[in-house]
Write a protein that binds this ligand. Structure first.
Ligand SMILES: [Zn+2]
Length: 455
């Protein structure tokens, strides 16, 4: 009798123990074949996706410590925000309805001069992280001051970040000169270069806020450590005029002529580029962060998204800072990227839903130089994924989940956010941040911002 029982047990193949299984949802893998499993499941162990398959196949092979029932939901790679300034959530709604140069020079730079501090950056990043986790962003690229505070808050929140210390010509809160800023950036890179969640970067603000020597030194620092260089470029017609007057070149051609552009460059905006510029960006392997909402709000223009895609330029989506958006919701960024391209080109076939989703996931991962580890749900990649409820009136009926993700879904529809195999939010309860404390701290500091800028 005992022998029979033992024989029966050994006849069943042993199931592998894994940390987490997500099962029952419609799994949009975003792999090369755009495979969708409906229903599907994922086995995750520690930081990595072990296998993607049908719920039955995953249940037969794996025994999970924790299981997430994703029935009625869509499971997809976490969204990748390729351009933001996280602590600028603290300036959300402070100055609206202005052109970029006015907005920057009359409002944002003065407000920052009076209020940026390690505490504001720390509290602002926690607020941004809360918003990102709640709206399904799992990785983001950042450019700001006191970037080490941003890095610590990012790790504490459990998010993945490519984080760039800002280099700018005029005195700012964390550096009195560009040389100070470069030294600070180097210390920052040294401190975080081996971090599992943070990739440190150097972030020269733009060609119109840095002289040639500073831009060249920033690019050299990036090359020395093999880290990304984040820069705003070709954002407005003003910038094109400045580059033409000072250098007799387009912004793109100028940055290329001084050696700033390369495969580790993350260029934000790229609105005002001609065909020759696009060829340069492709040849150098530059990743472009398209920010449709910020570009519309500041009336900067419409980036030639279709031309970028046709040319094979790496293209991702960003929200830009919350002061020019005014939120960090990447679902809205997808929707606006699609609508803006259609509107600007008078072509309803421009940037279809699948293309917008690609830009927000695997495309963004390419821009950050991380497409081998994130951006799609495939065995061996890090487990960065989200589940999205499709149960609301607004989402009923659902014929095509990709259409719904781009044209209907809002950040608030995200139920679960997982980064590096760790559950950051489950059933909309964020586990890594104390929501009430984060919001109370932000409101407390906002009173100081209000007083400093006389609002
Ligand atoms: Zn920006």
């Amino acid at each position: 009798m005992l022998l029979a029982a033992l024989t029966a047990l050994s006849a069943q193949p042993a199931r592998r123990r894994v940390s987490l299984v997500v099962t029952g949802g419609t799994v949009i893998t975003q792999n090369g074949a755009h495979t969708i499993l409906s229903p599907g499941a994922l086995a995750i162990d520690a930081t990595d996706i072990v296998e993607v398959g049908t719920p039955d196949a995953i249940a037969a092979k794996y025994q999970a410590l924790e299981t997430i029932d994703a029935r009625g939901q869509v499971v997809l790679p976490g969204l990748v925000n390729t351009h933001t300034h996280a602590p600028m959530v603290m300036y959300r709604g402070l100055a609206d309805d202005l052109a970029l140069m006015d907005w920057l020079q009359k409002y944002i730079f003065p407000a920052e001069a009076r209020t940026v501090s390690p505490e504001l950056v720390r509290v602002g990043t926690r607020l941004a992280a809360l918003e990102m986790i709640e709206s399904g962003t799992t990785a983001y690229a950042d450019m700001y001051y006191f970037e080490e505070e941003i890095a610590r808050a990012t790790v504490e929140a459990g998010l993945r970040g490519v984080l760039g210390e800002t280099i700018i010509q005029f005195p700012v809160a964390d550096a009195k000169t560009p040389a100070d800023a470069l030294a600070r950036a180097e210390r920052f890179i040294e401190e975080f270069r081996d971090n599992g969640l943070v990739v440190p970067a150097v972030a020269p603000h733009a060609l119109y806020t840095n002289d040639k020597a500073t831009l060249v030194a920033s690019a050299a620092l990036g090359r020395k450590y093999g880290v990304p260089v984040i820069i705003h470029f070709a954002e407005t017609e003003d910038e094109v005029r400045i580059a033409r007057e000072q250098y007799q070149m387009t912004p793109t051609a100028y940055l290329d002529s001084i050696g700033v552009l390369g495969p580790a460059t993350i260029g934000a905006h790229g609105v005002w580029v001609n065909d020759a510029d696009i060829a340069i960006l492709k040849a150098r392997g530059v990743g472009v962060a398209h920010n449709p909402e910020s570009n519309m709000k500041l009336a900067s223009g419409a980036a030639p998204v279709t031309k970028y895609l046709t040319a094979g330029v790496k293209l991702g989506l960003g929200t830009d800072g919350a002061a020019s958006n005014n939120d960090l919701d990447m679902f809205e960024a997808m929707r606006q990227a699609s609508l803006l391209a259609k509107h600007a080109m008078h072509d309803p076939t421009a940037v279809p839903a699948q293309t917008a989703l690609d830009m927000a996931t695997i495309g963004g991962a390419r821009v950050l130089g991380m497409d081998r580890v994130i951006g799609s749900l495939e065995a061996g990649k890090r487990a960065d994924l989200i589940t999205v409820s499709m149960a609301s009136a607004r989402q009923t009926p659902m014929y095509d989940p990709v259409s719904h993700l781009v044209y209907v879904t809002r950040g608030d529809d995200v139920r679960t956010t997982i980064v590096n195999g760790k559950i950051l939010m489950k059933d909309r309860r964020v586990r890594t941040l104390n929501r009430a404390t984060v919001i109370a701290d932000a409101n407390r500091l906002a009173a100081g911002v209000r007083a400093a800028v006389g609002r």
